[in-house]
Ligand binder design. Structure first.
Ligand SMILES: Cc1cc2nc3c(=O)[nH]c(=O)nc-3n(C[C@H](O)[C@H](O)[C@H](O)COP(=O)(O)O)c2cc1C
Length: 171
């Protein structure tokens, strides 16, 4: 897929075919995550890739709107260091946002759908993922082949108009 097609085709996919993602493609997506730029190149992240069905079902309980994780072919848990410093947290989450998009675009390029999930039940996520005390699961990204329709460029995305969001020279 061309880069532009990957950008315009990506959408949240929450229903997945019962089909595994080939290991090479999963590694490609994880490599995209690894290559993500980060503040001062600190790379304050780890990625836990989960493919075991029982573990995925458990992970789907970490937040009300994480249900799609249960039926995903794979879910990548974005792991961040725990920080009490709000500035540092903000910076880490900016970087994780970039990693998220790298993952999602690399997945779209391979025809793989992706769906974010927040995490609120942090103790549960820690137990499922075996995290040490100084790490937390910040987000989940579920992956799988779309069960409804394949990814293809979306002509009219549900977004504010370009003229509304883009300001030239000044507000
Ligand atoms: C920070 C963030 C958190 C999100 N959390 C969830 C979530 O917990 N569950 C979910 O189903 N979708 C979640 N989403 C997906 C958004 O609802 C979705 O991206 C948005 O509605 C736009 O739709 P699109 O991705 O199909 O373009 C999240 C997205 C972002 C950026």
């Amino acid at each position: 897929m061309e880069t532009w097609d990957a950008i315009t085709s990506r959408r949240n996919v929450r229903n997945y075919e019962d089909r595994a993602i080939p290991e090479d493609d999963l590694v490609r997506v994880l490599e995209a995550a690894r290559r993500t730029p980060s503040s001062s190149n600190k790379q304050r992240w780890d990625f836990i890739v989960c493919t075991d069905r029982d573990q995925l079902r458990e992970l789907a309980e970490v937040w009300t709107y994480a249900k799609h994780v249960a039926s995903s072919a794979a879910t990548i848990a974005l792991i961040a260091p725990v920080s009490n410093d709000s500035k540092e947290r903000e910076s880490i989450h900016y970087d994780l946002g970039q990693a998220t998009m790298s993952i999602m675009l690399a997945a779209a390029d391979l025809g793989i759908g992706s769906g974010h999930s927040s995490v609120t039940e942090h103790d549960l996520a820690r137990r499922i993922l075996g995290l040490p005390e100084d790490r937390a699961c910040a987000w989940l990204i579920a992956l799988g082949y779309p069960a409804d329709r394949p990814l293809k460029p979306i002509k009219s995305p549900d977004r504010r108009a370009l003229d509304d969001v883009v300001h030239r020279h000044r507000w």
